[in-house]
Ligand binder design. Structure first.
Ligand code: AMP
Ligand code: GLY
Length: 438
């Protein structure tokens, strides 16, 4: 593969996902200088250099000029917002019009996540197995529809709502109220203008992510996420309270089925529509008695799924992301460790509704001293007096690698015991119900 000896990389995004990516990228012998937009993340700050222009959608030309000036060879975009805003389309061109490599789809590809109505259409066009759904633009039509149904439906804002736009109600009356909040009260702004009403599916959820380079598809090992706040899948939905990889609730045959029934046909419709998707497509899958069905697409790595995934990657992450952006995934050597990885998220008091900030965090170094443990920063801030304090809802992602899921879980929780801050919340049952990893 025609890959340069040394590549300067710009990393966009500031969560634990991006800290994990930064660590993987800087492990590569091909890493030149890593620049990052979010140096306020103390983990990223130890691995990257700052940029001296704003990272703002309104002044993207300045980021383009910066990338030209410091000779950035690859841009990696972590979160969905800049992808949905079309940053990849702009950054893919140097100021002189020549191409630059970007890991992450352009605005059209990002609509698979940013517009659930569009994603549904694409799934239909590709005959991807998914929950049945109907899109409403008028609240009273939705209300009429739900009032005539006996079974309970899931309510989804079609736009980006920071992971809060999906309501799985216990009754349709509850669903109607949620839809009214979205469509009339606009609690998610324009993201709730259109609402998708979807058949409720039962089963085990898995996150299956695949790299797309415009020609080739590389399906990554399956992960399992824990979205609810409290043990036993109780409490409100969150961005994700923990994850593990591999998710051994799914077998090889089902993985192949997901490749051939989900990723291959979606890649075909993207090509049909001339959408050049170079990045990662994340399929949220429900394993139902009738087979795997797609609940949603994301156009980025999952957070926290990325943390155990990158922890298990033994081959070169920079080469992998570079090859994805270049369209040469078929030429890259990809190897994952046979070990298992478990990630436990530590969240601040009041998360997800009203997270509290500014509480002093202790014990991160002691946690990292445990062999096999990495602590990725998300909502943390390093004060001038040297104290580390909470500054976001999800604060830290403790990620452990060990021979089995049980051992990785024990290590992650041993590390969690070392860390303290006021009101710290975490789940005690991450990867608990995972069958024994052999
Ligand atoms: P999403 O943001 O679309 O992944 O939805 C958040 C969570 O809501 C998912 O992880 C599921 O637990 C749940 N969910 C979404 N769609 C459905 C569905 N059709 N049936 C049952 N649960 C769902
Ligand atoms: N872990 C779920 C997500 O990244 O959307």
């Amino acid at each position: 593969m025609n890959i340069p000896e040394s590549i300067n990389v710009l990393l966009i995004g500031g969560g634990a996902r991006e800290h994990a990516l930064a660590l993987g990228l800087t492990d590569s012998p091909r890493m030149g200088t890593l620049y990052a937009t979010h140096m306020e993340n103390p983990g990223i700050a130890t691995l990257a250099q700052p940029i001296d222009v704003p990272a703002s959608g309104k002044e993207l030309y300045r980021l383009v000029q910066f990338c030209d000036r410091v000779n950035i060879g690859l841009i990696v975009i972590g979160p969905e917002e800049p992808l949905a805003q079309g940053w990849a389309d702009t950054l893919r061109k140097k100021a002189d019009g020549s191409p630059r490599l970007v890991f992450g789809p352009g605005a059209k590809g990002a609509m698979l996540e940013a517009d659930k109505a569009y994603a549904k259409q694409m799934m239909k066009a590709a005959s991807v197995p998914a929950a049945e759904g109907k899109v409403f633009t008028h609240f009273n039509h939705l209300e009429e529809y739900l009032n005539t149904r006996d079974d309970v439906f899931v309510i989804k804002a079609t736009g980006l709502a920071k992971g809060k736009g999906v309501i799985v109600p216990s009754t349709n009356a509850e669903g109607i109220k949620a839809a009214r909040d979205m469509m009339e009260k606009r609690i998610f702004g324009d993201a709730g203008k259109k609402v998708l009403v979807e058949q409720k599916l039962n089963g085990t959820e898995v996150s299956v992510l695949a790299l797309f380079d415009g020609h080739n598809i590389l399906v990554l090992p399956p992960c399992q996420d824990h979205k609810r706040l409290a043990d036993g899948d109780q409490g409100p939905n969150t961005g994700g309270m923990g994850a593990f990889c591999p998710a051994n609730t799914i077998d090889e045959k089902t993985m192949q089925q997901i490749e051939s029934e989900v990723f291959v046909p979606i890649a075909d419709v993207l090509r049909r529509d001339e959408i050049d998707f170079k990045g990662v497509l994340y399929a949220g899958i429900m394993l139902t008695p009738a087979g795997p069905k797609v609940l949603e697409f994301n156009v980025r790595f999952g957070d926290p799924e990325c943390q155990p995934l990158v922890t298990r990657l033994e081959s070169d992450l920079l080469e992998l992301l570079w090859a994805t952006a270049q369209g040469t995934l078929d030429q890259v050597d990809v190897k994952f460790s046979p070990k298992a990885s478990v990630c436990v998220v530590l969240a601040s008091a009041g998360y997800p509704q009203n997270p509290e900030f500014g509480d002093v965090i202790t014990g991160v170094e002691d946690a990292e001293a445990i062999e096999g443990v990495r602590v990725f920063h998300a909502g943390t801030k390093l004060m001038e007096n040297g104290f580390l304090v909470t500054s976001g809802g999800r604060v830290l992602s403790i990620t452990a690698l060990a021979d089995t899921i049980e051992q990785a879980r024990d290590l992650a929780y041993k590390a969690a015991d070392e860390i303290h801050f006021k009101g710290m919340q975490f789940r005690n049952d991450i990867a608990q119900n995972a069958p024994v990893h052999s």
